[in-house]
Ligand binder design. Sequence first.
Ligand SMILES: Cc1ncc(COP(=O)(O)O)c(C=O)c1O
Length: 445
Amino acid sequence: MVEPIKLSTREQRERLIETAHYNLFLLRAEDVIIDLLTDSGTSAMSAEAWGAMMRGDESYAGARSWYRFRDTVKDIFGFEQVIPTHQGRAAEHILFGVTVKPDSIIPNNTHFDTTRANIEFFGGKAIDLPCLEADDLESEYPFKGNMDIAALENLIVDEGSERIPIIMVTVTNNSGGGQPVSMANIREISRIARGANIPFYIDACRFAENGHFIKRREPGYENTSAADIAREMFSYADGCTMSAKKDAFANIGGFLCTNDAELAQRERNILILTEGFPTYGGLAGRDLEAIAVGLREILDEHYLDYRLLSTRYVVEHLRELGIPVVVPAGGHAVYIDSRRFLPHLEPLQYPGQSLAVELYVEAGVRGCEIGTVMFGADPHNGDERPARHDLVRLAIPRRVYTQSHMDYVLEGLNLVWERRSDIRGMRIVRAPKYLRHFTAEFDWI
Ligand SMILES: Cc1ncc(COP(=O)(O)O)c(C=O)c1O
C-alpha cells in the first residue's frame, strides 16, 4: 500500500499538538509526516495477502479461511488449541480472565502495557523480572530481553507456586527496548515453570524477529531455519498470546493458544461472549486469510535480515550523532534514552513525553513515550513513581518506509538534540486510571 505524505510547517504542528493536549495519540494521523508511533497494524501487506483477502470465506461457522488460519498457526506454533481474537489484548483479556485471581502474581521479562493492565484489571500483580544486563542501556549484551532466572526462582520460593498461575516471557521484549530473548533463557524458564507445575506462556508478538536474533547471535542456530527456530521456541511453552498486527503483517488480528483442552473450552466460552464464534473470534474471514499468509511471509529470512539491518542503520547513525540510544539495536524499534538526552529534567517531569513532543514539532515525526507516563502510576492507589527507564520509542512499520525516510528522521532528531538544553519538562493535566498514556492530557511546566 502506498500512502501519500502530507507536509506541514513547524507553526502548524505547534498548533496541532497544543490542540491535541500534547498527547501524540490524540493527533490526526494525516497531520504526521513520518509515523513511528507503532509497528502494530501499520505494516504494508503483500500482493499475496491482498489476494488471499479476496478469497476470504465469510461463513459464520467452519469457514474455509478459519481452517487455513488454524492450520498455519498450528504448523508454526505447534499448540493444539487455537483461539482467534481481534487483537493481542483480547487474547490477554481472555487468558487472564480465566487464570488470574485477586492475589495472583504474573512474572514476565517485562510486561507490555496491555498485559500489565489486563492482569491488574483482574486484581493480579504484574511483576517484571528483566535480566540485570537490561538495566544498562549501553551494554552490548546480545540478549537483553532475557528474564532474570535467579529472580524467577526466588519469586516462586517466596510467594509459592499456587499464587503464580502463569509465567510469561515477551519476545522480543517490547517495553524493555525491543531486545531479544535467547533460546537458552526460554529453555531455562520452561524448566523452572515445569518443575513448579506452572504453565509457561510466550507473548509471541514479534516471534520471528526474536527468532532471527537467535539465528544471528546464539551459537548453534546459524544454520537453523526461521520456522524451526520458531517451533523450538514454542515447544518449550504451554501456550501463547499473539498480536497478528506485528509479526504477521496484518492490520488487525490475534490469537490465544494452549495445549490444555479444558482451559481452551473455558476460554472459548468467554470468546463467544466477547469476540465471536470460535472459528472466527473477532475477525472477518478475510482477516484470517491475511494472517495465514503473513505468518508464512514473516519467516522469510531475506526479509528478516533486512528488517534487523535497517533498524541497526538508524541506531548506528544516532550513535554517531552522540544521541543516547539503547544498544544493541532491537528488531522493531529504536529507543532513545530521554533521561540522558534531557539530563536537566526529573523523571516526574516526563522527559520522554517532552522529547516525543519536540520531535513532532521539529519534524512531524511521531514516536511514543515508554517510561514514566506509561508505567509510573499505580492504579491501585494512584501513587506515582519513576519508571525503570524513560525511553522514546520510534517503532518502524514493516515494509513501509525507505532509508531516505529514516534519514529524514535522523536529521529531525539531530535538530532537537542541538537545542536540547532549552527543552522544558511536562506535567499531566488529566489522566484516566488505566492505560493513561493513550488519553492523558499534558502541558509544559
Ligand atoms: C509485546 C506486546 N504484547 C501485547 C500487545 C498487544 O497487542 P494488540 O495491540 O494487538 O492488542 C502488544 C502491542 O503493541 C505488544 O507489543
